[in-house]
Ligand binder design. Sequence first.
Ligand code: HAM
Length: 403
Amino acid sequence: MINPLRGMKDLTFDESQRFVHIVTTAITIAKRYGYNYIETPILEETSLFKRSVGNSSDIVSKEMYQFEDKGGNDVCMRPEGTAGVVRAFVSAKLDRQPIKQKFYYYGPMFRYERPQKGRLREFHQFGCESFGEASVYEDFTIITMISQIFEALGIGFDLQINSLGCTTCMPPYKQNLVGFLTEIKEDLCEDCNRRIESNPIRVLDCKNKTCQSLLVTAPKLIDDLCDECDTDFKKLTALLNDAGITYEVDTNLVRGLDYYNKTAFEFVSNDIGSQSAIAGGGRYDKLVEFLDGKPTPAVGFAIGIERIMELVQMPEKEKEGIYMGAMVAEAVETLFPLATQKRKETKVTLEYSSKGFKSHMKGADKMNARYVMLIGEDELANGTVWIKDIQTKEEKTLPLAEA
Ligand code: HAM
């Protein structure tokens, strides 16, 4: 027997229904906010992720499914969706159009991580990317949209926000931080020591307990934002307060991808174990330019579908469609045209084997059908069909043409 690879799984039965419910709910809400569907390739040039997510990020340096294809190209399976959408935005020259563009997508992402509960090597995201809007109102709107999606799915969450500043306030802060980190260098873990040079901001979200205790007194960017970033962050918190969306400012929230500036956020759940982030995102105003497009502000997010799978409250299933069956073998063929006709309007399950009445009723129950249509010896002789509405319990026999 061949099983799925480690960290990858099949989605069947209950899980596949949950998957569809999550995606359709998110799509319905994203459309209300003006988002259109975009589909980008799973396989991209490796350089796309090196340039966007960042060479020093764990995702790029340790977790990529990267290989040389038969044409000798350095390619990789996308570890996230934003880079591909930005590349598509630039490839289609949408950066040169004056209209603001908003896209939603969903699909598999690949990260070669150590699998554990809530952490897979192939997982699925639902994401949105909004291009061309620099106003912090858009950051607020996106956070509101995610809250609405989780509310519609019956999922509780905590929201953490931070500001990562901009090209004015981040560089001096970084310098200041490196100074602080260099002084405590000897007591920090190996990973942090490596990051002091490659990506000092990432030191802030080290999970090592000793490092965390040493970082309590680290300088905080939030205290040193430039006027514009400070005003935007204050505006965002005021808007969230007014909307009644509770949040916590986490000054160590830096995100694992390098393209963010200004607003960064994560939605977390306390009900799913250590891998608690159920969605993450933020602003990335420089990425379009970085991938050779015209400077275009942008903000987006992605929800981890597997992470919320168990949390989703599924709506009660209503009885739906028709179950058709024959109690004598010759009657099955009489049901084909009726099934084809009815399939223009509703779901139809046609049982091919002729069976007894009880057996058919059990079958209809299993399919959760609203109506049962059966043809026995009498109905076949008379050109009729027996119909029962399972909900109202009403029964009748009608000529086939009328049914
Ligand atoms: P991310 O925080 O890396 O952001 O991923 C978003 C979500 O994907 C996480 O919050 C988590 O729920 C889920 N996730 C990540 N890794 C795994 C895994 N190994 N197994 C299961 N679920 C996982 C991004 O990917 C950004 N592209 C989000 C974004 C869009 N920012 C702006 N636009």
